[in-house]
Design a binder for this molecule. Structure first.
Ligand SMILES: O=C(O)CCC(=O)C(=O)O
Ligand SMILES: [Fe+2]
Length: 206
C-alpha cells in the first residue's frame, strides 16, 4: 500500500488505498445507512449550537469521553467498524507501529458545507501523546493543518505555513506522536459536493 509522508517530525502520513474496491464504497454505504447518526448541540461561549455535521461515538464500554464539555458514552462496535479497526491496527503493525484503539469517533459530512472547526485531539483522556488514525470514505476533502504558536519548525517560512492534507476515498491518515501537541487541524467548508464519512480511531486511557 503506497504511503505518502506528509511530515517526518512530528510524524504524519497517508496510506492509500486501505480496503480496495468494492469494499470501500460498500462500507461507506453501510455506515451511512446503518448507524444512528447524531447531531448533538454544543455549548460555545454560552450559546447552544447544533454541530455542523453528524457523528457517532463508538467503542468499548469503558471508553468514556468528554468532548467540548459533554460526556459521551460509546455505542457498541458495529461489526463493520470493528473489522476496519482491526485492519487499521494490522496495517500499522506492518509499518512497524504498535497501536491499539478502544474507541472511534465517526463523522458524517453530508456535503461541502458541513465541517469541523480548528482543534487538536488533546483531551486528557487520550493521554499525553496520542496516536490517532483517521480513515476517509467518500468525497475527497482537505484536512487543513496549522502550527501552534512556537511549535512551527525553524528554517524556511514555507515549513511553518499552514498546509492541506488531501484525504482521498479509502485512505488512512496517521497522526503520530507530537501532532496533537504541535498542530491543530480542521475540516473547513469547501465547494466540494458529496458525502464524506471519517473514522478517527483513538485510545482512551482509563
Ligand atoms: O473528518 C476528518 O477527517 C477530521 C475528523 C477529526 O478531526 C476528528 O474526528 O477529531
Ligand atoms: Fe481531530
Amino acid at each position: 500500500m503506497p504511503t505518502e509522508i506528509l511530515l517526518t517530525d512530528p510524524p504524519l502520513w497517508l496510506t492509500t488505498p486501505l480496503l480496495g474496491e468494492p469494499a470501500a464504497t460498500a462500507l461507506l454505504h453501510t455506515l451511512d445507512a446503518e448507524l444512528d447518526w447524531q447531531r448533538p448541540t454544543l455549548r460555545l461561549y454560552g450559546r447552544e449550537h447544533v454541530i455542523p455535521r453528524a457523528q457517532v461515538w463508538m467503542g468499548d464500554p469503558e471508553a468514556h469521553y468528554r468532548y467540548s464539555g459533554r460526556d459521551f458514552c460509546p455505542e457498541p462496535w458495529h461489526p463493520a467498524v470493528a473489522e476496519l479497526r482491526d485492519l487499521v491496527i494490522a496495517n500499522l503493525a506492518d509499518q512497524g507501529v504498535q497501536a491499539g484503539f478502544n474507541s472511534v469517533l465517526l463523522n458524517r459530512y453530508a456535503g461541502g458545507e458541513e465541517r469541523m472547526g480548528w482543534h487538536s485531539d488533546d483531551e486528557p483522556e487520550l493521554g499525553p501523546d496520542p496516536l490517532i488514525a483517521a480513515v476517509t470514505l467518500g468525497a475527497e476533502r482537505p484536512l487543513r493543518f496549522r502550527w501552534k504558536p512556537g511549535a512551527a519548525p525553524a528554517g524556511d517560512a514555507g515549513a511553518a505555513a499552514p498546509f492541506n492534507a488531501w484525504l482521498p476515498h479509502d485512505s488512512l491518515l496517521v497522526m503520530g506522536s507530537g501532532v496533537q501537541r504541535q498542530l491543530q487541524h480542521a475540516l473547513l467548508p469547501r465547494r466540494i459536493p458529496g458525502l464524506r464519512i471519517s473514522l478517527t480511531f483513538r485510545r482512551i486511557q482509563s
